[in-house]
Each structure stands twice: as C-alpha cells, then as structure tokens.
Design a binder for this molecule. Structure first.
Ligand code: SAH
Ligand code: SF4
Ligand code: F3S
Length: 477
C-alpha cells in the first residue's frame, strides 16, 4: 500500500503533472497490450447522483486518452466502480457486485479493479475492502479524482493494492480530459462539497467543504462544450443557491445563470440542487428572465413538519417553503416543481407525516423522489433515539407514493393536447421511426423523427399522455 501526497503544487502545475502521467500510462499500457496481444478495455459503473456521473466522465476521459477501449460490460481489463453512500442500499449494491467482479479477475491476468467515490471516504468501508476484498487494485476518494492519471500509473506498474484517500482538499484542477456520455448535453460542476450538514446526510462528510469554481472557468467550460456540439447544460452543485459566496470576488448564482444564458448556441440550461433556505427572489427573477433556463425547479422538501425540519437542520419552515412555491408560480405560471422527501426520520409521528402529505397535496408536485430514511453512521440523526419501526415507515411510504403518483399523473395529463418545446435526445430504443426527447420539465416525449434532430429543440404537439411519457408529433417541421 502506498499513497500519493496532497501536494503543495498549485492547480496549474498539478494539471501539467497529470498530463505527464497520462503519457507515462500510455507507454505502460502499450507494453501490456503487446504482451497480451490484444487491445485492453475499460468499464466504469457509476452509482449515485449527477456529481458522480460527471466525475466518471472525467475518469473515462483519462482512460480513453491513455488508450483503453470502452467495453460494454464488466468483462473488461480495467473496471471501476464510482460509488455512492447516501443510503445504505446504495452501499450494499457495491459489495454485491464486487464479489462477482473478483471472480472474473481470477480468469483474467490483466484485469485491474478500482473503487472510488463517496463510499471510499468512509474509513470502515476501506477497512472492510482491505480485509475481505484483497484483490482490489486501487481505492481512491472524492477529493483526489484529478490525480487519477497518476494513480493509474501506479496501478499499471504494480499489482499491490493502492489506497489514496484524502480528508479534504481546497484545490480545483481545471481542464483535464473528459469523455461525455451524451454528445449534446453535459453537466458542469459549479461547486463541490456541502456546508449544510442536514442531520441525516452523509454528503458533507464524504464530499468535504463547499468550494465554488471561478465564474470565468465555468463560462469557459460551457463555451467550449457548446463549440463541441453541446446544446444543453446542467449546472451542478449540492446547493447551487449558495454558489459564489466563498469566492475572493463573490458572485450570486443568479448572476452566473445570467452569464451562462448569454452563451450563443446554447439552448437549454438546467441546474441542481437548490436548497430552499437559500432560494432568493433574485434567482426566481433570473429564471423567469433567462430564456434558456428551463422553467423547472427541483426543490427538496424532505419533510413538511416544522418540528422535523428543525431536527433535520434544514433552516426553513413549512410556511416558508410554501411561500417559495407561490413565488415561483407567480413568476413562472408554467414552472415544473419537483422534490425529494424522506419518510421515517427519527421520531417522525403520524402528525409529522400528515404535515408532509399536506405539503404534497398543496404543491401538487410534477414529480417527487421519495426515500425511506436510512441511518448513516457518523451523522447526528444516527444518534437520535426513536428510530421509527420499519412497518410504520413502509406504510407511510406507500401512502406518500400513491399521492405523489396521483399528482404527477394529474399534472402530466394537463399538458395533453398542448404544444411544447422538446429537446431531442436520442433515437427511440424500440421503434427506429421515432425519436425520444424531453420537455423542459424533464418528461419524456416520443415522436416521429430522424437522427439529425438530436440536440435540437422542436415544437411538439403532445397528443397522448401515457403516464410518465407522451406520444406526439412535430408541428410545422
Ligand atoms: N444536496 C441535495 C441532495 C443530495 S442527496 C439537497 O440538499 O437537496 C439527495 C437526496 O437524498 C436528498 O435530498 C434526500 O432526500 C435524500 N437523502 C439524503 N440522505 C438520506 C438518508 N440518510 N436517508 C434517506 N434519504 C436521504
Ligand atoms: Fe446533504 Fe443537506 Fe448538503 Fe443536500 S444540503 S447534500 S441534503 S447536507
Ligand atoms: Fe451519493 Fe455522493 Fe452523490 S453519496 S448522492 S454520489 S454526492
């Protein structure tokens, strides 16, 4: 076991160092391929949120530059799991698959297994892998992804397990290679980490303190993506509403949106996630005034009970939340509102739960992600007594889900017959005479079309609503 160091190099020199390492890795891979008598392949499996998806694109960018070819499955020579630990089940999935992977490794002498992402920031996880999954080659965390090329060099030079996990970092290394999953849409990180410490949530512990990127770097990245054919950008951060506050020259998220909106050739802008406590009137105004910003707000509620919101450390009340929804709808009558809700937070009573149901009934969300509370070791909520019995949580969860689905269907039906703007994303997977695209509210639409339409916006008549998707046709093609 060895480690790279949290070096004192500045970000620009660090970038150069990584490009040097890409060259070294290229040479090492070429030698191994010669020995194997074939091309070597990689497979990256991503768990968790959009941040992880974007991180995986950065890792794949390096693997491709080094010369690996992408494989369709885990039957590959370099397999990496980019893990999530936000809930216990996210965690368990990884262990399950890892067992199979190690069996495959026995049959392939060239195979390397790497693990990274949020789960690896938990010391117990690393201990477990060290003792029970000893043939894993590389383990790294969320703070040193930019060092992946260097870690890969170690990994290609030795078969010993390399573990490199940092507690935190203040460095943001720009302009490393990226391989985008979609040609026309991309996530762009605007900030990393989280300072909110919601009492149930592990993210601040595994992603570190909040750090914003310089606006100029963000704009440059967006512009170069657009030059490369991207028409839709999603600005990513755990709490985008507090973007820019800790920069040397502070800037508001609303003003960043206005800047990105000016980029010629860009057609759609999305962002996530917004924390209700920091959602300003100015952001609502910016959303309404920027033509490229989708009228969609993902605004996690978590709970409708003031008592629980306090225990969750969310810093808003039910009334304040409902007030924000009203402001959003006043500024943008067609705004789609989606949310995240946790059921079964410690001490949740039937009364607390009914407050959540009440908000769901009042807001009529376009969609809601509902989660059963999962105890995360190290968070304050894990130490609260009064964990709610499983059967009670399950019964509440089912009631909530039914209401959420009823609302979502009602909302979706409202659009039937109307004409709406659709971004074409891909050819339809079942029927090659159709293309598949998304409305501003993220709902799927299938309609007759051709491949050249991918990445462009069309006015589509939504003829039929099939629950969570629509069938339609282009008006005035
Ligand atoms: N930064 C975002 C959310 C990141 S995690 C925000 O603040 O909204 C995505 C969602 O996972 C959260 O909104 C929450 O609903 C859910 N979540 C987080 N920790 C959880 C836990 N311990 N148990 C169940 N759900 C959880
Ligand atoms: Fe977790 Fe809260 Fe931060 Fe979201 S804002 S990542 S829920 S601590
Ligand atoms: Fe999961 Fe990490 Fe995202 S814990 S939800 S992958 S920030």
């Amino acid at each position: 076991m060895s480690e790279t160091k949290n070096t004192t190099l500045d970000a620009a020199s660090e970038r150069l160092l990584q490009y040097d390492n890409i060259e070294i890795a290229k040479g090492l891979l070429a030698e191994i391929e010669k020995k194997a008598g074939r091309k070597l392949t990689y497979y990256v499996k991503t768990f968790g949120c959009q941040m992880n998806a974007r991180d995986s694109e950065k890792i794949e960018g390096i693997l491709e530059m080094v010369g690996y070819e992408e494989a369709e499955s885990e039957n590959a020579d370099f397999v990496l799991y980019n893990t999530c630990t936000v809930r216990e089940n996210a965690n368990n999935k990884v262990y399950g698959r890892l067992g199979n992977l190690l069996n495959m490794k026995k049959k392939n002498p060239y195979m390397k297994i790497a693990l990274c992402g949020c789960m690896m920031q938990e010391p117990e996880v690393v201990e477990k892998i060290k003792s029970s999954y000893r043939k894993v080659n590389l383990i790294f965390g969320t703070h040193n992804i930019y060092k992946f090329a260097e870690l890969l060099v170690h990994c290609l030079s030795s078969d010993k397990m390399l573990i490199d996990i940092w507690k935190d970092t203040d460095k943001i290394v720009e302009n490393l290679p990226v391989k985008r999953k979609f040609s026309f849409k991309s996530g762009v990180n605007i900030m990393f980490g989280c300072n909110n410490f919601c009492s149930y949530c592990i993210v601040p512990y595994v992603r570190g303190r909040e750090r914003s990127r310089e606006p100029i770097e963000i704009i440059r990245e967006c512009e170069s993506l657009v030059k490369d054919g991207v028409t839709e950008i999603m600005l990513l951060g755990q709490n985008v509403n507090s973007y820019g506050k800790n920069l040397e020259n502070p800037i508001r998220f609303s003003d960043l949106l206005r800047e990105v909106n000016k980029i010629e050739g860009l057609k759609r802008i999305r962002f996530m996630t917004s924390h209700p406590k920091d959602l300003s009137d100015d952001l609502i105004a910016a959303m309404a005034e920027c033509d490229k910003v989708c009228p969609h707000m993902h605004l996690p509620l978590q709970s409708g009970s003031d008592r629980l919101l306090k225990l969750m450390n969310r810093h808003y009340t039910k009334e304040q939340y409902l007030n924000l929804v009203e402001k959003l709808r006043n500024a943008m009558p067609n705004v789609a509102i989606t949310t995240d809700i946790i059921v079964g937070f410690p001490g949740e009573t039937e009364e607390d739960f009914l407050e959540t149901m009440d908000v769901v009934r009042q807001v009529e969300y376009d969609n809601a992600f509902t989660f059963i509370y999962s105890k995360r070791t190290g968070t304050p909520a894990a130490r609260m007594d009064d964990q709610v019995p499983e059967d009670v949580v399950k019964e509440r969860f089912d009631r909530l889900l039914a209401l959420v689905q009823e609302n979502a269907a009602k909302k979706a039906n409202l659009l039937t017959g109307s004409v709406a703007e659709v971004m074409v994303e891909q050819m339809n997977e079942q029927d090659e005479s159709l293309v598949t695209g998304r409305l501003a509210n993220n709902a799927l639409v299938h309609f007759p079309g051709k491949a050249y339409m991918i990445g462009n916006l069309y006015q589509v008549q939504l003829e039929e609503c099939k629950g969570f998707y629509y069938l339609g046709k282009v008006v005035n093609p």
